[in-house]
Design a protein around this ligand. Structure first.
Ligand SMILES: Cc1cc2nc3c(=O)[nH]c(=O)nc-3n(C[C@H](O)[C@H](O)[C@H](O)COP(=O)(O)OP(=O)(O)OC[C@H]3O[C@@H](n4cnc5c(N)ncnc54)[C@H](O)[C@@H]3O)c2cc1C
Length: 378
């Protein structure tokens, strides 16, 4: 257990219940998450959640950071989502391999939330590069597109990961602001629209040489590491948890605990186990939101009610932060494995092992949500 973690979890829950959730319906209709919400997270030190204490952060371990993320997501997914992207910037700044000058300039301010960050990890996507960085006069020239970048207008810096020369990935720290060669196009979202997610098109954007954080060999497997996939699962737990609390005590509480345990135990396992755990968390969020809607009846279809907001957020979490094995596991759980098989040309003969949620009334092979084992078909 991280020293001080009970306190930080209590603080995160208080923020979620007293600040974020009471405002979540309003934020759902806004063009941007209110800065005051991000300030409230910063005031609790959460902008430096995962940064070691000696570097100015809270020094939370991954499990505690995940628990904090779950709490915040239960309050307001849009706010939690914007906040979570900042972690990519702070972890990069805190890395030993990052030049000290970058760390000295920004890490302290980033931990305090005075400088806020987002990420464009486009260069990590396998296949032909969508985003490229080449050495150029004065620094690095970036070309291509980053189709999904969250927090634009709410962030100061953007960690851009692009493909570099010699099958490398180059990490650059860009000012998150208008500049020559950069086109910003807003993505209109059916959920978490206040996250201000945009597409960025780069046409010869020059990033100064001193903004290079790292250049490393491109390793497509790195993005599938369980420790990298774990945290987004907490967004699903947060949405499911909020639905469960609105429903009142019941069997979904046990499923939530089982999903959380499954995600945590997959940290010590392989990508297949983590993919199953992520799929289980996403599916639980969908099912919990559906149960809440059914419980509340017709008013659940009214635009100003919580059930449709939570259902839209659960839909978003079916696709956000996905990877092929997660998608495969989810389609299998949803009884639609053939859809993926047709799309990818993989064999549709994936097996349906027994449920990954022990004791779940939904876990049996007779349920459309049941059967969640590794297919090995991705
Ligand atoms: C609303 C929204 C906001 C988002 N915000 C951001 C953001 O701020 N920064 C950001 O970098 N991404 C962001 N993403 C992208 C997200 O992380 C994933 O890329 C996306 O959810 C995967 O969608 P997809 O399955 O349609 O695959 P695509 O995006 O079409 O990607 C193609 C393939 O590459 C894989 N892939 C995608 N991203 C990565 C990666 N980083 N590493 C390895 N493989 C990958 C996918 O699993 C898929 O198989 C956002 C996505 C959405 C929907």
């Amino acid at each position: 257990m991280t020293p001080g973690s009970p306190d930080i979890l209590a603080a995160a829950r208080m923020l979620a219940d007293d600040v974020l959730f009471p405002d979540a319906m309003r934020v759902d209709g806004l063009d941007a998450v209110p800065a005051a919400h991000l300030d409230a997270l910063a005031a609790e030190g959460l902008y430096g959640a995962s940064v070691p204490q000696q570097a100015g952060g809270l020094g939370l371990d991954l499990r505690t950071t995940c628990a904090v993320t779950e709490e915040l997501a239960s309050g307001c997914l849009a706010t939690a989502f914007v906040w979570l992207q900042h972690r990519g910037l702070t972890m990069t700044l805190a890395a030993e391999s990052t030049p000290a000058a970058l760390r000295d300039q920004w890490l302290g301010l980033a931990c305090q939330g005075k400088v806020r960050g987002g990420i464009a990890l486009t260069g990590l996507i396998p296949g032909p590069p969508l985003l490229r960085a080449q050495p150029a006069e004065g620094g690095w020239r970036v070309d291509g597109e980053a189709p999904w970048v969250t927090g634009w207008g709410l962030i100061d810096l953007l960690l851009v990961v692009a493909r570099g020369p010699g099958d490398s990935v180059v990490s650059l720290i860009l000012d998150a602001a208008a500049q020559p060669g950069l086109t910003v196009t807003r993505q209109r979202l059916a959920a978490v629209n206040a996250s201000v997610t945009v597409q960025l098109d780069f046409d010869g954007v020059v990033v100064p040489r001193e903004r290079l954080a790292s250049q490393e060999p491109f390793d497509p497997a790195a993005s599938l590491r369980p420790d990298r996939l774990r945290i987004n699962g907490s967004l699903g737990l947060g949405v499911a948890g909020r639905c469960g609390r609105m429903l009142g005590p019941g069997p979904l509480d046990d499923e939530l605990a089982a999903c959380r345990a499954q995600l945590d135990s997959a940290l010590g396992a392989d990508v297949a186990a983590m993919a199953q755990a992520r799929a289980a968390a996403s599916e639980l969020a969908v099912r919990s939101a559906a149960a809440l809607a059914v419980r509340d009846g017709s008013k659940s279809i009214m635009a100003d009610q919580q059930p449709p907001r939570l259902a839209r957020e659960a839909l978003f979490l079916l696709v956000f932060g996905s990877r092929p094995p997660i998608k495969s596991a989810l389609l299998q759980r949803l009884g639609a494995m053939a859809v993926l098989s047709a799309a990818t040309g993989t064999s549709g003969a994936a097996q349906h092992p027994s449920s990954v949620i022990a004791g779940s009334p939904f876990g049996g092979g007779g349920s459309p949500f049941g059967g969640g084992g590794a297919s090995g078909s991705w």
